[in-house]
Design a protein around this ligand. Sequence first.
Ligand SMILES: [Zn+2]
Ligand SMILES: [Zn+2]
Length: 589
Amino acid sequence: MSKLDKSSHLYQLRHSCSHALAQAVLQMFPEAKLAIGPPIEKGFYYDFDLPRPLIPEDLAILEKKMKEIIHEKQTFVRREESIGKALEVLKKANQPYKVDLVEGWKKDGSTSVSFYENVDRHGTVKFVDLCEGNHVENMGEIKAVKLLHTAGAYWRGDEKNPMLQRIYGTCFETKEELNTYLQQLEEAKKRDHKILGKQLELFAHSALVGGGLPLFLPKGTQLRENLMNFITKEKKARGYKFVTIPHIAKDELYMRSGHLGKYDAMMPIMETEDGDRLVMKAMNCPHHFELYKAQAHSYRSLPLRYAENTVVYRNEKSGEINGLLRVRALTQDDTHHFVRYNQIASEIDMILGLMQKVYARFGFTKYRARVSTRDLNNPDKYFGTDEVWNMAEKNLIEGVQRWGAEYFIGEGEAAFYGPKIDIMVEDALGREWQLTTVQMDFIQPKNFELTYTNEEGKDEYVAVLHVAIYGSFERFMAIIIEQFGGAFPSWLAPVQAKLLPVSDAFLEYAHTIREILENNDIRIEVDDANDTLGKKIRNAELQKVPYMLVIGQKEMDEQKIAVRDYATKKQEVMSVMEFVEKIKAEAEA
Ligand SMILES: [Zn+2]
Ligand SMILES: [Zn+2]
């Protein structure tokens, strides 16, 4: 799960692939303008300015050309040039993006740059690219390469710049590793939450409602409710208090918090007759702070944990909206922990313990933590004393150490108001998702005067921890739909069992059983269509319902049901109450 190591042979292979790709593109489009082409965690890419849009067939042609280039076993030869000479060469070659790069380096004070020449066995220079190095000896070492897809990418990632065509590819040490990865990609495509969301009738989008605003169908709503019930129960068991706030507030609230102007959701949506300007919330913290202030607090009542499952609104860019992964209305399982400074360590332990339990329920057992700390070379950037920061960073680091998960320090990545822990979780396909953040905050308690009375009767500031375990319900749903491939365990599935009467003769008995199951809080559907049993089973399988309950003459005579397990395809005859017990046991597990 670690990132691609710059010193590894794999890095060199992928980096060298970028050169082979650029060379192949120039063979196909001699007028192509080259941008950048780095190795990445799962492969490599290269950005090009091309005379026409690429079509999928082009990738096959380019891949064939790449393989011919690789077959030539071209070597890499370094050549240093003064920055002036480099600019001259690149301008002459009509490579404006490379010129732009070099001009940037020149501004930063560089005086020379390096080029790498690809030389074939006859000593002929086949291709030259501006590059800092770190390649294989010769291209013959590349044994397993594949071009994957294309995407648009702005030059330097800035939408004011020209849109380039990015070609993605991947490369592994061996063909076996490449094939395993390609199979994973295929599997990921099959598990795509947007496809499964439709197939399983979970959610829909409407152009008229708007992009990034998913609408949840009854089954999707049930899935959300199951997620919500689970996290709510776990939080209540740990003493969290649930609160409720409106989705709008006066703009003054966000002037106090300093958020105003940073989120488009905070544009005024209405003005009251008193002249108050109301805005949509993009976060819940300030509302929860005002709730904290509504009552007096003593050291005896801390830690205090306010929790709420509530929607915030963010104006995500259209190009970044993606199914449920990135939306404009997101429901957070948000909590704010108000603690004394000497309670930070124990609070972190509690939060990490909760996280671990939640992740395990969804089969996430591999994760790692990043602790973001101050940039020690830039101490003025941060709010709060060194003493407080040292204490907080120490608490976070020791917390993840006690937790036992793999962790690393992101020095200089902390926000100015406090250090944080981010948890990255690996899913069933080996992909890593950043899920939970535990954010320390020393500044908002002062902005909002969040105090408590200590043992001596004096007021002291609390520290605040901002935490959302799932992050957002929408994004978490996307991740678990793909994690389970839509085949949810029974406790989570919107429909836990489907009753399949073999024919209409057994419909009445089926409904009797449905009633018993519903009275026992089992989520059930009856397939009363005039179909064969085979068709009914296929339909239930497409819906990935955990259990199919087949009912025919034998089952009716014996007052039993034949329970077919979606996961194992095994069938077992049992009484209705035995099935109820089975489902209840699975919910407790
Ligand atoms: Zn290179
Ligand atoms: Zn918050």
